[in-house]
Design a binder for this molecule. Structure first.
Ligand SMILES: *[C@@H]1O[C@H](CO)[C@@H](O)[C@H](O)[C@H]1NC(C)=O
Ligand SMILES: *[C@@H]1O[C@H](CO)[C@@H](O)[C@H](O)[C@H]1NC(C)=O
Ligand SMILES: *[C@@H]1O[C@H](CO)[C@@H](O)[C@H](O)[C@H]1NC(C)=O
Ligand SMILES: *[C@@H]1O[C@H](CO)[C@@H](O)[C@H](O)[C@H]1NC(C)=O
Ligand SMILES: *[C@@H]1O[C@H](CO)[C@@H](O)[C@H](O)[C@H]1NC(C)=O
Ligand SMILES: *[C@@H]1O[C@H](CO)[C@@H](O)[C@H](O)[C@H]1NC(C)=O
Length: 266
């Protein structure tokens, strides 16, 4: 079986032998001391060592060289969810390819068994369901889940073949709205849809994509403005991105403030 593996690393694997546990992989690549001690500190080491699923989600059968990577291509893995590829054609971007949001830093390294696509993050947690199943199962996003349901956007955002970005305000973000505004929105589907679609992009912009962007067109029609000092520090208009969550039909960015379209005033 030919394998492509994408692992946390700073350098190529010279002589990969199969099968490997994820810890074997981590020990064979990059700056192993830093790698293992960092993952240990994060409490990830033990979880990954026992969690074959995470390794399987990094393994692809068949050779998939970078030349075959296209935007929003879904690559099936040995035993995990598909890997979503994104290609960002942005001139100033240092990283233009991502795999489930992880940046490809060392493409097409050749190992004995196939290609190694070296990425800068472990793809974890793994995508688990659509954008809608994520917001309905996340306690911090229950107000958003209610709003999405009221606006009749559930079918769209659960489309299995979708390629969406959703900026997802937390319950706390909704509670920062002036008194009465949320109740008013929940009673007026036109206004609610206007606000919610301003949180949706019809393309997948993960943290890497956002980091290299400045203006992005929303489904509502108006643009949002992106300002980022790093991939971990991203502002969308006046909202801070708190977390990035990969889903099977796109990416969700948890934000701390509700985005209001420029034409709306409360
Ligand atoms: C490897 O990690 C050690 C400890 O953090 C660091 O001192 C060293 O510079 C790193 N080496 C490389 C090649 O990154
Ligand atoms: C995946 O989603 C399902 C359904 O929402 C949930 O029951 C399960 O705990 C999730 N698994 C993980 C690993 O988060
Ligand atoms: C919800 O928010 C709290 C506080 O910010 C955080 O500790 C927790 O991990 C969040 N839960 C989920 C499911 O994201
Ligand atoms: C998502 O992107 C893929 C790859 O370009 C494409 O095949 C698919 O049709 C897109 N989905 C939708 C709903 O447009
Ligand atoms: C609902 O919202 C729309 C768009 O903001 C507005 O034009 C309309 O007057 C509102 N309807 C009611 C009944 O308030
Ligand atoms: C909105 O964003 C798009 C995509 O970046 C850009 O081409 C367009 O010029 C922007 N429009 C405005 C009014 O800023």
């Amino acid at each position: 079986m030919k394998l492509v593996v994408a692992v946390l690393s700073l350098a190529c694997v010279a002589n990969a032998q199969w099968p490997l546990t994820i810890i074997d992989v981590l020990e064979k690549v990059g700056n192993e001391t830093t790698l293992i001690s960092l993952t240990k500190q994060a409490g990830l080491y033990n979880r990954l060592n026992g969690l074959g699923k995470v390794l399987e989600a990094h393994l692809v059968t068949g050779k998939v060289p970078i030349v075959d990577w296209t935007n929003d291509k879904l690559i099936p893995t040995v035993g995990g969810p598909n890997i979503r590829i994104n290609v960002y054609d942005i001139s100033r971007a240092a990283i233009t390819l991502t795999a489930n949001g992880a940046g490809v830093v060392n493409p097409d390294c050749h190992a004995i068994a196939g290609f190694v696509q070296v990425i800068d993050l472990v793809m974890y947690p793994l995508p688990n369901g659509t954008i809608v199943s994520e917001i309905t199962s996340n306690n911090n996003l229950s107000t958003l889940a209610t709003a999405v349901s009221k606006a009749g956007l559930v079918a769209t955002l659960s489309a299995v073949n979708g390629n969406f970005t959703l900026f997802a305000p937390t319950n706390k973000a909704f509670s920062k709205l002036p008194p009465g505004v949320l109740d008013g929105l929940l009673k007026n589907v036109t206004a609610l849809t206007n606000v919610l679609t301003y949180h949706v992009l019809s393309d997948v912009y993960n943290n890497v994509g956002l980091y290299y962007s400045s203006k992005l067109k929303t489904v509502q029609g108006k643009n949002v403005t992106i300002k980022a000092s790093s991939r971990e520090s991203i502002m969308v208009n006046n909202a801070a991105v708190l977390a990035e969550i990969s889903t099977t039909n796109g990416v969700l960015h948890v934000i701390d403030t509700v985005l209001i379209p420029p034409t709306m005033h409360f």
